[in-house]
Design a protein around this ligand. Sequence first.
Ligand SMILES: C[S@@+](CC[C@H](N)C(=O)[O-])C[C@H]1O[C@@H](n2cnc3c(N)ncnc32)[C@H](O)[C@@H]1O
Length: 132
Amino acid sequence: MINSLEFENFFNNISKELGQKKEEAYNLCKYVQQVNDIKGDIVEIGVFKGKSAQILNYYKSVEKKLYLFDTFEGLIDCGNIDGNIIHNGSFQSNYNIVKKLFNSNDKVEIIIGYFPKMLPWNLRIKNFLLYI
Ligand SMILES: C[S@@+](CC[C@H](N)C(=O)[O-])C[C@H]1O[C@@H](n2cnc3c(N)ncnc32)[C@H](O)[C@@H]1O
């Protein structure tokens, strides 16, 4: 169960700077809690400025590692179907922005890498929840 007061406080803190839909955040918290009793780690592909990464980190069990993958170059190969708002380069970010969020956290690893080329990582990360 998610403690609603704790969630509200946490959500207000992360949404100030990064913007976040409350329902989306709440659902992600629930998904993480559902796998907390299952052995394995958590992998996110597409970190942007670390909004969902902070949720994953906050709600995961302490022993789980969190692997964060991003090119930090934003979206690529966008087409007409993606509309006017989303285009190549949208959601471009910066490794250091994310690094700063998890500075002294040895359970969080940030990997600059293009999916699926970074797939060899799968060989060393066993049993993981993947969030894209
Ligand atoms: C919509 S944003 C992710 C939003 C993020 N999950 C959040 O909650 O703020 C998409 C991210 O995916 C990254 N990205 C896009 N294509 C990628 C790929 N092939 N491999 C790795 N990262 C990629 C972009 O650089 C961007 O940061």
